[in-house]
Design a protein. Structure first.
Length: 371
């Protein structure tokens, strides 16, 4: 690479969703040029909060030339992407996924890499992805094309996320050796449920806060209200009177399934946010104290979206399912920021000249600076 280029990083975010990864990269100082996603519900949050172009398209239909035209020659080009994880998640193990259309999306990512030849690549997915041949093919292809590749399962709590979430992060570079981010936190400094939602206004089940439409939680049936009143933080349906326990949990198989209908603990990180995290029966998604499931705002905060991040146009209703999907699917902003910072440090370490805007993040003394 020409030593006199200004090495700022330009990124395109494939499968950008509502913008969790994009927001993290932006926070780190990366210039995100646009995001691509086929779900029209992503447009409003993506554009409104990040002021970046949203391309509504199926990745399979995007012509590489359209993306190539967005990159500015002379800058470091990053292709970021978080292909949908459903085909790889542990909930789909054992199912025949060969017919699943999403299965091939990583191959499509590879095709875009081949066509665009970005300098840097980052990809995030569920840890189980590494057990599948599609992942081996993806990595093999990158290495064949001359990329240095490193990937690792990352515990998001070690990066300051107030949520227990394991994610496989892959980073690849044509500029030199690269490694995934190093943890910034330890068990003693884990952020907790209390740290991040302890001050939010209280809600009753089914209520919506008048100032923040996203601080809204699901209604509970009379039976589920009785159940949550008997739920203890960190516990499960095992804590209830026998007549409240669902038939499916009384069977031999159901008895082992304990991590549903639980309350969170104030002094621990939240459990993994899913697309269904607004439902009391869908996991340990009960509020630690109030008799309700967590609100969408609380879920977004556990995913480290800024408290003012908007997901729905002010004139549109807030649909729990639609917004829950955007939030549960997101790459936590905190993780995106850690990835972005690592990429900037990597560019600083592998380039002889760096631009002034990255100077404060450069881990080595600056030889010369551009402005
Ligand atoms: C795991 S989510 C990505 C989350 C996003 N990176 C974020 O941080 O908010 C996967 C996304 O892929 C999108 N998607 C699924 N199939 C797609 C396709 N064929 N083309 C484009 N986007 C697709 C989904 O709509 C979803 O938003």
């Amino acid at each position: 690479m020409d030593a006199w280029m200004v090495h700022e990083i330009d990124a395109i975010d494939l499968f950008c969703g509502a913008g969790g990864l994009t927001r993290g990269l932006l926070d780190a100082g990366i210039n995100v040029l646009g995001g691509v996603d086929c779900d029209p519900a992503c447009r409003y949050p993506y554009e409104k909060n990040n002021r970046i172009r949203f391309i509504e398209a199926n990745i399979e239909d995007v012509h590489p030339d359209e993306l190539r035209a967005m990159y500015d020659n002379g800058r470091v080009r990053l292709l970021a992407g978080c292909a949908p994880c459903q085909p790889f998640s542990k909930y789909s193990q054992g199912r025949d996924l060969s017919q699943d259309g999403k299965w091939g999306l990583l191959y499509h990512f590879s095709k875009l890499v081949k066509a665009l030849q970005p300098d840097l690549i980052t990809m995030e997915n569920v840890p189980e992805v590494v057990r599948h041949s599609v992942f081996d093919d993806f990595v093999g292809d990158l290495r064949k094309r001359g990329y240095h590749v490193h990937y690792q399962v990352m515990d998001c709590r070690l990066f300051g996320l107030p949520q227990s979430r394991q994610r496989m992060v892959l980073m690849a570079s044509r500029l030199g050796e690269i490694r995934v981010p190093e943890p910034t936190h330890n068990v003693a400094s884990f952020r907790t449920v209390r740290d991040v939602i302890g001050d939010l206004p209280p809600l009753k089940a089914g209520e919506q806060n008048s100032r923040d439409r996203l601080h809204v939680c699901s209604r509970l049936s009379e039976l589920n209200l009785r159940r949550i009143r008997q739920s203890v933080p960190g516990g499960s349906w095992k804590d209830w009177d026998p007549e409240l326990i669902a038939n499916c949990h009384q069977s031999e198989r159901g008895r082992t399934y304990r991590s549903v209908y639980g309350r969170m603990s104030w002094d621990e990180p939240a459990p993994t946010m899913t697309t269904q995290c607004f439902g009391f029966g869908n996991g340990r998604f009960g509020h630690p104290q109030q008799d309700r499931a967590i609100s969408l705002r609380e879920a977004a905060i556990f995913q480290s979206f800024p408290p003012e991040y908007e997901f729905v146009h002010p004139d549109s209703p807030v649909h729990m399912k639609a917004v829950g999907r955007l939030i549960g699917n997101a790459v936590p902003v905190t993780l995106g920021r850690a990835i972005g910072k690592t990429l900037i440090e990597h560019v600083c370490l592998t380039s002889s000249q760096i631009c002034q805007s990255y100077a404060s993040q450069c881990p080595k003394p600056l030889a010369a600076e551009h402005s």
